[in-house]
Design a protein around this ligand. Structure first.
Ligand code: ZN
Length: 240
């Protein structure tokens, strides 16, 4: 089976459309979504619609939870808060209920998926240190756990190796378990503005981080036209 794993779309429709075109070209069997489909960007309804149509499963992110009123708005920075209020006003009920039904963590075909971290999924912890990674490894029993939330792609082995594109399991590789952050479709923060997502092949256990160009100007001008903070448009060009 080949899986595409997408995360942190953040209402960026041009980025999501470009990623879905690439996924179709790559010919995967199933697409999984790690949440934060909404927040920050100007196309929440269109993005939830495409996730619902294209993904076999989606988990809930902190921005999804913030718009639903399940996570306090105080937990977000000023731009995040402004965007959550805007999204709350503009999100249609049908899409709100799809987001509301998403679990915090799930296992699909032997893969764990969660937005932030598998040990305390509703606390929205950022896995930024090896300490947090070790806590995470204790909390899932599958070979791989996919995460998002930081918007920075990384592959962490259970033996504390870190690599951004390493295949998870090779012949003779003693490492068998991985925590994989697939990066962000709609607001990359690793200095590369191209949309990011992951592809896992469970036949040979190869993992690839894929980057796709999209029309950043289109998203940026829609952010400005919607009255969302200009900084949310500017950051997309730098990938920060
Ligand atoms: Zn996010």
């Amino acid at each position: 089976m080949r899986f595409a794993i997408i995360s942190d779309i953040h209402s960026n429709l041009p980025a999501l459309e470009a990623v879905l075109v690439k996924i179709t070209e790559l010919g995967v069997d199933s697409v999984l979504c790690l949440g934060d489909t909404i927040g920050y960007g100007p196309f929440p309804n269109e993005c939830v619609d495409l996730v619902r149509k294209n993904c076999v499963l989606s988990v809930k992110g902190n921005h999804d939870s913030g718009v639903l009123g399940e996570t306090s708005i105080d937990d977000f920075n000023q731009f995040g808060q402004d965007a959550i209020r805007w999204t709350d006003k503009n999100l249609l009920d049908d899409y709100r209920s799809y987001i509301a039904k998403a679990p915090l963590i799930a296992v699909y075909e032997g893969l764990t998926i969660v937005h932030s971290s598998p040990d305390t999924p509703g606390d929205w912890k950022y896995v930024m240190t090896m300490h947090h990674a070790r806590e995470s490894f204790k909390a899932f029993s599958t070979d791989i756990c996919f995460i998002g939330h930081t918007h920075v792609p990384v592959v962490i082995g259970e033996d504390s190796t870190i690599n951004s594109f390493h295949p998870p399991r090779r012949e003779g590789n003693p490492i068998s378990r991985f925590l994989i952050n697939v990066g962000s479709v709609g607001q990359p923060r690793d200095g590369n503005p191209h949309a990011a997502f992951g592809v896992l092949d469970t036949i040979d256990w190869s993992y690839t981080l894929v980057r796709t160009e999209y029309d950043i100007k289109k998203t940026a001008s829609a952010i400005t036209s919607a009255g969302l903070p200009k900084a949310l448009a500017q950051r997309l060009f730098q990938g920060v």
